[in-house]
Design a protein around this ligand. Sequence first.
Ligand code: OAD
Length: 252
Amino acid sequence: MIVDQSLIEQAAQDIVNSKKSIAFTGSGISEESGIPTFRGGQGLWEKYDPMEYAHIQSFIKNPEKVWEMLAEMAEIISKAKPNPAHIALAELENMGLLEAVITQNVDGLHQMAGNKHVVEFHGSNQWLVCIKCGFRTEIKNYSPNDFPPKCERCLSILKPDVVFFGEAIPYNAQVKSMYLAKVSDLVLVIGTSAVVYPAAQIPITAKEYGAKIIEINKEKTSLSDGIASYSIEGPAGEVMPHIVEAVRRLIS
Ligand code: OAD
């Protein structure tokens, strides 16, 4: 795919000119790390019906069944490494040009890449929680042979501390994200179809409060016409390093 160089230069200029920029990411940014996205032909929701495997009521009714999917995801995530798009965002933060990353992803790859300010809007796959007694522990304390993992205290089956359909967004993540959306003047929206709410409200609110929205995605999304100031079409792992290179040229 040929990436539009003039838009790369434009994005770099906008980042350098911005006073407070943030990134809002979705599963597309981790696709090049080998983690499947949710929608589309190869998406996780093609293989697993989200109402059967990702709704909190399904987990409550049949956690063993839901763990068939969770174990597969946990295995893939445990092997995944940050790709050039994650690293590019960490570089922007290091340069003082990115305030925070708000991610819908639960894979921890932004932190692994080096970003310090990461808001995990849908929770984290690195943690397990007991929905009966509230016990919390790290997934690394369990081996794949232990799946489905049991609570040390009450022996119930643990749930990854991620947001299932039918569950609330973690309060702090919700408040912090809405604050960032309102005070930022630039949002890089990377690898999300932006169809799941309330997450998808973040770029919309940012736009309402005057931010420029730059979309980086392999395809057009619901944001491309109307919300995004412009969209750079291409794989994030290719586009983001080009943007960082262009930023470096501008500030050197
Ligand atoms: P989706 O699967 O809905 O969208 C992935 C987006 O990434 C699509 O727009 C793709 O075109 C784009 N994409 C794929 N590969 C890419 C690449 N290499 N570079 C750039 N873009 C790429 O995933 P999300 O938007 O993350 O929530 O989904 C949002 C939420 O829906 C998830 O957090 C999850 C899911 O249900 C919960 O489980 C609560």
